[in-house]
Design a protein around this ligand. Sequence first.
Ligand code: ATP
Length: 328
Amino acid sequence: MNEPIKKIAVLTSGGDAPGMNAAIRAVVRACTYYRVECVGVYRGYQGLIEGDFEALSGRNVSNIINKGGTILKSARSEEFKTTEGRKKAYENLKKEGVGALVIIGGDGTFTGGLKFIHEFNFPVIGIPGTIDNDIYGTDRTIGYDTALNTVVEVIDKIRDTASSHNRLFFIEVMGRDAGFIALNSGIGAGAEEILIPEKNLGLERLVESLKASKEKGKTSSIVVVSEGDKIGKNVFELGDHIKEIFPDYDIRVSVLGHMQRGGSPSCRDRVLASRLGVAAVEHLLDRTSGVMVGITNNQVTTVGLNKAIKMNHDIDQELLKVAEITSV
Ligand code: ATP
């Protein structure tokens, strides 16, 4: 850790998220600014193991700030979960003259990064890039804001058709373990009910709520369901079950799927990614390692990678209350 860092590597790993390119760009440009070399690693940890590197200069990252996905590609690497795989990755980094690594991804990516630090005492800093917003130590992850805007735009369109035909729509959004997308897009799009993994609403409550909506004269309803909700039925089974109770409702199910990951990043995600990319490089050059850079109360902060992966980013109780009040 005492030699000066002359070269920094950057990779994207796990599920891709809009804004990852803006983060790569910021890392590369910060390296240029601080006069250290930068190398991009393709396909996440698998590319580290295979030595799939490319030197990146400030100009190589022109015109990517507005692009979804990741120019460095992402991959899930089983080999990196083994000690031998990580050893190969370390040897490749050493051979390339890389002195520190920036990893952009979610909790799996950070778990791998932590092991790497412990085994090889190699400096690593994490940047939270995932649409789910399920990382502790940052108010927002890169990609989350764009995904929310995408979901709200689609639900607005579905609402037009729902209200024209007396339809009850179940819309499944991403978030296997975390309901941030469902809760916030549900509030933003005016959903009648929002089902999230953190809160067990129970089927009966949902039925009661739909009955109450009907009695109040609502002619159409939108229920946003997080893919990990605790009701215990998948969204299609849920639709079938509700149809038995409300035979006169025209029930439709829509699974938004991977469209939530795509698209040009929102301005908010681009700014977040730019700030975190610069901060990651600055912290590495200041000899910090083993942390994730994040945003808390609009300030760039750091949190230990061990905390970022182990602790929960809690659902805001006030948002749950707002969802309930605004759907009466
Ligand atoms: P997302 O939240 O979008 O799914 P993620 O970073 O959690 O992103 P994962 O597929 O869980 O995505 O992890 C990405 C990569 O990190 C894995 O393919 C693997 O190479 C590495 N990784 C995950 N868990 C471990 C682990 N326990 N040990 C070593 N490496 C790991």
